[in-house]
Design a protein. Structure first.
Length: 351
């Protein structure tokens, strides 16, 4: 032996390496867990300041603009009306107020807000968070899937949300959804509305491929509209909460949104085949069941929001496919689309 070094027992080097690798792996796993938990705690504890609440005359939205407020709820003064949209007025100055909660989807009405969140982890978690008029959490419901649609009834009582269980686009047929309804007054939660008795074309209908999404409530908090998909076709359904029944009204209607006066439904209609740009926005008169295409000719994959009785707001991908922007268009088919808020999605006017 060189220098009189003592011989190591056979296998010492292998055992030492195995132990070292095990120790390093354990340390790294611990660090990862601590980081994930601390990140989730930071996100959960990042409550908006009490001054940031639901105030009338404000347009709330999820900010996608780069910066500290990205992914959080922000607000601006209420959107201009249809007359300004017809005149192709320039967007109002973007003096947005930030400081709201972090949400993937957001909606608010009647002193209640709904925030769909995703949290990092193994596996990642999702939540439906119910907020009061000061945007303080009052209830949290664990979910599975990818947040997709969120709606609050005009009174703030009824909430609904849709999650993608599989897939992430309505443009393909390889997706599955799970839509829930919450009555905030009674606390009653419908975890999945697929079991609602459905009448399709006048007959009671059963099928394992039924999917619902895009619920919109009437002012009475009982009647609602939604999309149901089965056998590759989509239908508009009208539902009754007290009777817990639903029946189809017409085909090829997705993501219905009921007007404030409860006389019309905005929706997206499939007018082109293919997965890239299949839809166009329409408005359906519920009294005559006549539909009218809107001036927005781009494909809108969103549940449009009524900013008032004459104007619709919706999100479209931003320039270069980064983030999204909120656009407006008159609900009577006239005028032209107008950019309302750059770097934003989930428009929710508080009246």
């Amino acid at each position: 032996m060189d220098g009189g070094a003592r011989a190591r027992p056979a296998g010492f080097s292998v055992r030492a390496r195995v132990i070292a690798v095990a120790v390093v792996t354990a340390v790294l796993a611990t660090v990862a867990v601590v980081y994930t938990v601390s990140a989730a705690r930071r996100a959960d504890s990042a409550d908006p300041p009490s001054a940031f609440g639901l105030d009338r005359g404000q347009l709330y939205f999820r900010s996608t603009r780069e910066g500290d407020g990205a992914g959080r709820v922000a607000r601006l003064a209420a959107a201009p009306g249809a007359a300004a949209t017809r005149a192709k007025a320039a967007p109002a100055p973007d003096h947005r107020t930030t400081g709201g909660p972090a949400c993937e989807r957001f909606h608010a009405a009647g002193g209640t807000a709904l925030c769909l969140q995703r949290r990092p982890g193994i596996p990642p978690a999702a939540y439906a968070v119910v907020l009061d008029g000061r945007l303080r959490e009052t209830r949290r419901i664990a979910l599975t899937g990818i947040p997709n649609r969120a709606r609050v009834s005009a009174s703030g009582r009824m909430l609904s949300w849709t999650m993608f269980a599989t897939g992430d686009s309505y443009a393909t047929t390889s997706f599955s959804t799970r839509t829930s309804i919450l009555d905030t007054r009674t606390g009653y939660l419908v975890k999945n509305m697929e079991e609602i008795p459905l009448t399709l074309d006048g007959r009671r209908y059963h099928s394992p491929d039924v999917n619902y999404w895009g619920v919109s409530f009437a002012r009475d908090d009982n009647r609602f509209y939604a999309t149901v998909s089965t056998k590759g076709r989509t239908h508009l359904v009208e539902g009754d909460m007290r009777r817990w029944t639903a029946h189809t009204l017409r085909e090829n209607v997705e993501c219905p949104s009921l007007s404030p006066d409860n006389t019309r439904l905005a929706f997206k209609k499939r007018v082109r085949e293919g997965a890239r740009d299949p839809w166009r926005l329409y408005v359906l008169d519920l009294r005559t069941l006549r539909e009218r295409p809107l001036a927005e000719r781009r494909s809108v994959d969103d549940q449009a929001a009524w900013l008032d009785d004459h104007t619709l707001g919706y999100a479209l991908p931003g320039d270069g496919g980064k983030g999204s922007d909120i656009w407006t268009v008159p609900a009577d088919g006239t005028g032209a689309p107008a950019l309302r808020v750059a770097g934003a999605s989930s428009p929710a006017p508080v009246r």
